[in-house]
Ligand binder design. Structure first.
Ligand SMILES: [Zn+2]
Ligand SMILES: [Zn+2]
Ligand SMILES: [Zn+2]
Ligand SMILES: [Zn+2]
Length: 573
């Protein structure tokens, strides 16, 4: 090592002395502890690196030997670790707007974690929800590429209890599914719809500002529950399984608890460097990290060699990872563990701007998102007086644009204006293309269609179009400043909001035929009823799941790309 460094790098006298004094020992210790990136990014630096300014010498020079190439150690970043006093303050905070860091770690007190984990351990999951069907991803561990991973299929028909059994003894399922020995199964996006006991229990131990549907959380204004967004989802993991690189839906904030026992590693790129990374990867590999979102995983070496700033975060048992807006992240598990995760929106300029940017990007790459951006901005525009003037003006301009777009599309369909029916303010997504429904839409007993999907229908001229709000009301809203709560726009929301109306669904809606069914679809109660049936009969299971997918107007966060091949199970357990 000494020779390599002396031959290849200009060393100061002091650095030569350090190297000669205990260079080999320090290097060996760093390697033994998992390499410099891991050692450097811990909460506390080890004593052997603190002495004699060893850490800056290693970061600037010795690291070249570790990677046998001229890497840039200055691009390594740590997460922010909250200390005890800061944690106490966080428990008193009334919103997430104190959040300043792209990735930060808050460690739950071990006693509190023990109580939380009464419901979040493998046995409890199996006992309380063992019959729930889950998405399983088949994975190749050790993937290190920006190209979309091909071996990332979905395995259908497994239940939570099957997965817990797999953790106990992988060989049975590996044999049954004819997988290779090194492949791993990952239980992703396990829904917690109806897990009220667990969700309420979890909330009790968390600071109010971090809870799902937290205090002054921008997502309180969602009009429906969305799995993994304002309802937590669970991830059950084994060693080597990974979540591919992505930003959260619309770049919103994320909260993620590692319930343990094993550690997870998060590699992240701050929002401000994401475009630089995107360009670099396009240049080098001719692939777009956004078009393959969730399908790639890249180890730190690439970032060191290409001088792109990144952060390396070890999330241990009991650590809560809090992500700032737009933080690009990918995660790998070092063993068997359980994570719960959900989103929030901090109502500050940085977050709202990141969301606006991501919404524009989504349009550019035709990416669907489960969070209805336009509706959310409308509700923030009406209710949140604390937003900066800059944010309010941008949102106003955006709403004006969406309003104009919708009216242009409506003109193409040209329904008789007297036939426009005002209804269904809760609807968020098109049943067919899953893009957002903002103002006008078509619906019957089966589905809600956005105007684009209506235009695709051959008989669209004769269709009755509905609207969530009346044209002139919307027009006046955009002229008015400041805005106030209004029966026309305000709705029943999923969280605690600043709305002074908080109305229930208008009784008038019940006049329409089939409305009851639609309301239950809107609120997800329909789906929950079907879920109970699923548990009795696995035949019904398959059919209702397909049905739900067609009918859903509420969202569901899925990290698996829809285009990925699905591996069907041939036999039933
Ligand atoms: Zn994420
Ligand atoms: Zn309706
Ligand atoms: Zn559509
Ligand atoms: Zn209101």
């Amino acid at each position: 090592m000494q020779k390599y460094l002396l031959d290849n790098l200009p060393l100061s006298l002091q650095e030569r002395n350090l190297l000669n004094a205990n260079g080999q020992q320090v290097y060996d210790q760093v390697m033994k502890d998992g390499g410099f990136v891991k050692v450097f990014c811990q909460r506390e630096l080890p004593e052997y690196l603190k002495e004699d300014d060893w850490v800056s010498f290693y970061q600037s020079k010795v690291i070249a030997y570790e990677y046998k190439s001229m890497v840039d150690g200055s691009c390594i970043g740590k997460p922010y670790y909250y200390n005890y006093n800061e944690m106490l303050k966080i428990y008193e905070q009334k919103s997430l707007s104190w959040l300043k860091h792209q990735i930060s770690i808050l460690t739950i007190d071990p006693k509190a974690l023990q109580m939380i984990n009464v419901f979040f351990n493998f046995e409890a999951l199996k006992q309380n929800h063992g019959n729930q069907s889950i998405d399983i991803r088949v994975q190749q561990p050790g993937y290190d590429s920006f190209q979309p991973c091909k071996i990332n299929q979905q395995l259908e028909g497994m239940k939570i209890m099957d997965y817990v059994d797999y953790l106990d003894d992988p060989s049975k399922i590996i044999k049954k599914e004819r997988l290779s020995a090194e492949q791993r199964l990952f239980a992703v996006n396990v829904n917690m719809q109806g897990w009220d006991k667990e969700i309420n229990h979890l909330k009790q131990f968390l600071p109010k500002c971090l809870r799902p549907q937290g205090d002054n959380d921008g997502l309180s204004y969602l009009r429906q529950e969305i799995d993994g967004v304002n309802i937590p989802q669970i991830y059950i993991k084994t060693d080597g399984v990974w979540t591919g690189g992505h930003q959260e839906n619309l770049s919103v904030n994320a909260i993620n608890i590692n319930h343990g026992p094993a550690d997870c590693v998060w590699i992240t790129v701050d929002n401000e460097h994401v475009q630089k990374l995107r360009q670099k990867v396009l240049e080098l590999y001719d692939t777009d990290i956004f078009k393959n979102e969730g399908l790639w995983f890249k180890e730190p070496e690439f970032f060191l060699k290409n001088a792109i700033p990144f952060r390396y975060t070890l999330q241990k048992k009991g650590d809560i990872v809090i992500l700032g807006a737009g933080c690009l992240h990918w995660v790998k598990s070092f063993g068997q563990t359980i994570n719960t995760a959900w989103n929030q929106v901090a109502l500050d300029d940085v977050t709202l701007e990141a969301m606006s940017e991501r919404h524009t990007l989504n349009k550019e790459i035709n990416y669907r998102t489960v969070i209805p951006y336009k509706n959310l901005m409308l509700d923030l525009y009406i209710h949140e007086k604390s937003l900066s003037q800059m944010a309010i003006e941008r949102i106003q301009l955006e709403l004006q644009n969406y309003f104009d777009q919708e009216n242009r599309k409506l003109n193409l369909i040209d329904p008789p204006s007297f036939s426009l029916v005002e209804c269904c303010k809760q609807v968020q997504l098109c049943s067919k293309c899953e893009h957002e429904i903002f103002l006008y839409f078509y619906h019957d007993n089966e589905q809600y269609l956005c105007l684009d999907c209506v235009l695709d229908k051959s008989n669209h001229k004769g269709l009755h179009i509905s609207m969530k709000y009346r044209y002139h009301c919307f027009y006046f809203l955009l002229q008015a400043q400041p805005t106030n709560c209004n029966q026309e726009f305000c709705c029943s929301y999923t969280g605690k909001t600043k709305c002074s109306i908080q109305q229930e669904l208008k009784p008038a809606q019940l006049k329409y035929r089939g409305q009851h069914k639609l309301n239950s679809m809107l609120h997800g109660t329909d789906k929950m009823k079907k879920k109970k049936v699923e548990r009795i009969d696995s035949e019904v299971d398959v059919k209702t799941t397909e049905n739900n997918d067609k009918q859903k107007t509420r969202g569901r966060k899925q990290s698996i790309d829809k285009s990925q091949p699905t591996k069907k199970r041939s036999k039933n357990y």
